[in-house]
Design a binder for this molecule. Sequence first.
Ligand code: 6PG
Length: 241
Amino acid sequence: MMQSEVCVGRLDTLLDRLADDFRAEAERATDRRGFFAVALPGGSVAVHGFSALAALPLHWDRVHFFWVDERAVPPSDPESNYGVAHTAWLEPARVPPQSIHRMSADSPDLASAAVAYGQELTRVLGHPARLDFVLLGVGPDGHVASLFPGHSALSDDRRMVVPVVDAPKPNVRRLTLTLPVLAGAERVVFMALGEPKAAAIHEAIEHRDSPLPMALVLRRAARSLVLVDEGAASRMGKHRC
Ligand code: 6PG
């Protein structure tokens, strides 16, 4: 049965809730399979959330880090999702390099890089590859990872990772996990920060047949949590943490 919870609050409340959830899910996964496999976003969630998560007292050598998407930039570029995570989380938490699975979206051959990332997921997680914790930001248009509304990547149910060469926001070239991989995770946590997200959040949560990427993941995920700040919740009904 699907279990979804929506929590509206100030940023500090949301970050506490995110950290508690991450810790509980890490313990659950480690008890079950001996490690915890997570996939990270970029954007405001990375900027605001990662240092709080890095401070958790976890066994970081038992956590595998993947990404939900990546832009076609080298790891040292300020736009790199890997780069933000490295500075705010992986380096301070001293995560061992063999647990870090960077998406090589800076490869000139994005199609091969997508296949290779799918193989890496299967190598580490087995077949079918199931992530334990997917963390997603939400765009003002309701996109998650690099799955944009109406884009053909959104309906790819066959591949695990796909290239996007025409994203409607910079950087236009990206790699992204697909809907089945995102929604198939043991736990999916969305975090939406800021008033520009209000219309998308309202639609994804209140309209059960919405075609927005966030709504599609939310409907397919078995256990999800939606963390929304007061700006992003300004068009929603009543929900509290
Ligand atoms: C990316 C992200 C992307 C992000 C949303 C929301 O690399 O662009 O993974 O999916 O999470 O665009 O970004 P903001 O939280 O910055 O609005």
